[in-house]
Structure formats: C-alpha cells, structure tokens
Design a protein around this ligand. Structure first.
Ligand SMILES: NC(=O)c1ccc[n+]([C@@H]2O[C@H](COP(=O)([O-])OP(=O)(O)OC[C@H]3O[C@@H](n4cnc5c(N)ncnc54)[C@H](O)[C@@H]3O)[C@@H](O)[C@H]2O)c1
Ligand SMILES: [Zn+2]
Ligand SMILES: [Zn+2]
Length: 398
C-alpha cells in the first residue's frame, strides 16, 4: 500500500475520532435545519455494490446548508472510490457531482437562501489559507478536513457515515458546508448543472485554466468520458485548430467528432503517439490532456506532446501508481508536465461562466447526459461507466 494512501486513510481515521469524540453543537432547529430521514446510496464496504437505504441527516450546523438533491452525475472517481482505486472512508455516501435546491441555511451562511438552485463544489475553499490567498482555491488546505469533520449523517442503525468530498449527492438530500454551494440561475436544468460540479468543471477547467489552449493550436485528448469531452469542448471554444480525440470506444469518438474533434484515434490501431505526430506535422500536439487515469496513458500523453508543449494529467490514478518518463526527453524537448486538480476552478467564478457557455450553445453540456436513472439504479450507473456506455449517467430524484 502506498505511503500516500496510508496517510489519507489515517486522516480518515483521525477525522472519525474527531467526529465521534467532539460532536459539534448546533443551534436549535429552524426550518429545514433539523435532523431528517432521507434515502441514500451507501458504500458500506470498499469493493461491494452500493446499498440504497435510509440515512438520518444531522441537524444543520451554523456554517452548513441543506440541499435537496435534484440530480447527481456519476463520475469515474465515484467508481474508483467504491472499488478502492481512490481512497474513501467507509461507510459513506458517494456522489460529488450534484445540484439541487437549498432547503435549510445555517445562521452563518449569507450568500444563499431557501429555494435557491445550487451546484455543490467538492472543494469548499476556506478563503484564508496560504493557497486560497494565492488564488489557488482548488488546492485549499482546509477544504477536505473541514468537509470530512462537519456533522453529516448516520445510517438506519445509528452508525456514523462519512461524507464523500463534502457533497454526498447519491441521496435525496445532503448537508454541506455553506461555502461549497454555488447559486445558479433557476431556469437551468439541474441535471445539466450537476455536471458542472465535477466532470465539466474539471475537464473544461483543464483547457481554460490549468493548461490554457491558444487559438490555432493543436490539442489531443486521451479518454473521452465526461471529463475528456469537457476538455475537448473547451478546447474548441478556445479556438484550437487541430483537436484529436482518442478513445477505444467508437461511440465516444463519434460524440467527440460532433463536438468539433478534427481527428479520431482508436488506440487499437497502434502507437497513439505516432498517430498524433502524423497529424501534427510530425511534432506532436501543443497540449495533450490525459483523462483516463492510468500510467500507460499518461506515458503516451507525454510522448504525444510536441517539443516545448504541455502534457496535462487530469485522470486520477491510484495512489502509489508510478509513471515512467524519459528524463532526457523532458529537458531536451523542454516539455511541461502539469497535474490538474478540479480544473484549477474558482467555483464561484467559473460555474456561472461554464453554464453561460452552455446557454449560448457553445458547450452543449446537455448532450453529455446520456441516461437518467433513479437512486435505486445507482449500481446500473456504475455498470454503464465500467462498460463505457453513453457518456454521463445522471441520477435524478423526483
Ligand atoms: N483531476 C481531477 O480533479 C478529476 C476530477 C474528476 C475526474 N477525474 C478523473 O478523470 C478520469 C476520467 O473521468 P470520467 O468520469 O470522464 O471517466 P470515464 O470512465 O467516463 O471516461 C474514461 C474514458 O477513458 C477511456 N479509455 C480507457 N482506456 C483508454 C486508453 N488506453 N486510451 C484512451 N482512452 C481510454 C474510456 O473508454 C473512457 O471513455 C478518471 O480517472 C477520473 O477519476 C479527475
Ligand atoms: Zn468527479
Ligand atoms: Zn483555503
């Protein structure tokens, strides 16, 4: 087990101790703020299917908001947490790509009110740590610890449940930190808005913020799920001249073409980096986005990057997974290798901008929603993701 994984798991353990030893006092209940029974998909044990059952949301703390979840996208990171590829505390309620309607507001939260439509960001930036003060709110030092130590929920037997990234949107309702909720305009369909909570923010943010695409440039995207396709759409918006879409699933390559990809590559047709070079004047692409999360595809992405170009790693690989790269290639070809956390987004700034791009038709985010299911079908949504069926399966509540 990797050292990082152990660190994260021990962090979860200390958070559990913190929560159990120091229950957080809350004010007397107000409307929508008292403890409440809801339904949720519970990950009881890593590697097991999710179980849908009752949960008891804790009474709302002054710095929290209760959101009635309307829609939750199912991101590959949820599947990775459920299967143990990425760390998660269990038992927990997964889902970190959610949107809904505010139902209760703690006394210290002032930017939203009951009835507001919101997207929940999975980094609830504190606004005052070293990273937040530098504008790197996606790297906030306090976001994870504060989210995991807030009062959240217990299951039907009274067992404490972990939240997932402070969102836990595979449920009918959730408690989140007030600073995680971003109000949006009320006419935006909440299933489209939900995708902005993770996949779209991450993928589009990669191309807009982390490795900004320049007009006339060449871009390659490896992995055409919700994240990769959002990076591709944003690259088109930024005016990339050559947009190379790479995925073994033919249907996903076809969707990429309809979003503006100029070249499609099936990895089964042989050396991907060579194929990228062959359509970029033998140079390689200016920017290569990796949106799979495996060392082999990260290595391919570096090889497919041109001299002086940038490889942007968006995919989330297992802690401890190592990437092998040529030290000579890195310096001799002056390549930039950049990791991407949450598309380097500033949620309060970027969520509205991304939804404006959808509204104007420049980013057809609604076309990423390939199937809607109810909460009881959450494991079918995981099966879609595993099989590469559609793009984004979204759980919708009535
Ligand atoms: N960096 C972040 O902050 C962040 C945020 C969200 C998701 N992620 C990660 O981004 C990745 C993508 O997420 P998603 O929800 O779009 O997943 P997804 O499963 O919908 O898409 C992944 C795609 O990769 C394709 N793929 C598999 N092997 C490939 C190969 N050898 N070459 C090219 N394509 C290949 C699959 O066919 C699939 O279409 C995951 O690793 C996820 O955990 C990272
Ligand atoms: Zn995600
Ligand atoms: Zn911070």
């Amino acid at each position: 087990m990797g050292r990082r994984l152990l660190e994260i798991l021990s962090m979860f353990q200390s958070i559990r101790t913190l929560v159990e030893c120091h229950p957080i006092r809350v004010r007397p209940p107000k409307r929508g703020t008292h403890a409440m029974t809801e339904r949720a998909a519970i990950l009881r044990e890593i590697g097991k299917p999710l179980e849908v059952g009752d949960i008891e949301l804790a009474a709302l703390a002054p710095n929290q908001v209760r959101v009635r979840i309307a829609a939750s996208g199912v991101c590959h990171s949820d599947l990775s947490m459920a299967t143990g590829v990425l760390p998660a505390g269990a038992p927990c309620v997964l889902g970190h790509e959610g949107a809904g309607v505010v139902e209760g507001v703690g006394s210290e939260v002032h930017h939203v009110e009951v009835g507001d439509h919101v997207v929940i960001a999975w980094t609830a930036a504190c606004g005052h740590c070293w990273f937040c003060l530098r504008g790197e709110v996606h790297l906030c030092r306090n976001a994870i610890a504060d989210s995991y130590s807030m009062p959240y929920a217990t299951d039907g037997d009274g067992t404490s449940l972990f939240t997932s990234m402070g969102v836990s949107s595979f449920a009918t309702a959730t408690n989140c930190l007030g600073r995680a909720v971003i109000p949006i305009e009320r006419d935006i369909p909440l299933d489209v808005a939900a995708l902005v909570g993770c996949g779209v923010a991450t993928g589009a943010g990669a191309a807009l913020n982390t490795a900004p695409v320049e007009h006339g440039s060449s871009v390659a995207v490896i992995g055409l799920g919700g994240v990769g396709l959002a990076a591709l759409m944003a690259s088109v918006v930024r005016g990339a001249a050559v947009v190379i879409a790479i995925d073994p699933v033919a249907a996903r390559r076809e969707i990429a073409e309809s979003f503006g990809a100029t070249h499609l590559i099936d990895p089964a047709d042989g050396d991907v980096a060579r194929q990228v070079r062959s359509v970029t004047g033998r140079r390689g692409a200016d920017i290569v986005f990796e949106a799979v999360g495996r060392s082999a595809t990260i290595e391919t992405a570096i090889k497919a990057t041109r001299r002086g170009g940038t490889t942007c790693v968006v995919g989330a690989a297992m802690p401890g997974e190592m990437v092998s790269l040529s030290a000579y290639d890195l310096f001799m070809n002056a390549k930039t290798l950049v990791g991407c956390q949450y598309g380097s987004v500033v949620p309060g700034r970027d969520f509205a901008m991304l939804l404006d791009l959808w509204r104007s038709g420049r980013m057809p985010l609604d076309r990423l929603v390939s199937r809607r299911v109810v909460l009881d079908e959450v494991n079918d949504a995981f099966a879609d993701l595993t099989a590469g069926r559609g793009v984004r399966t979204v759980i919708v509540n009535d």
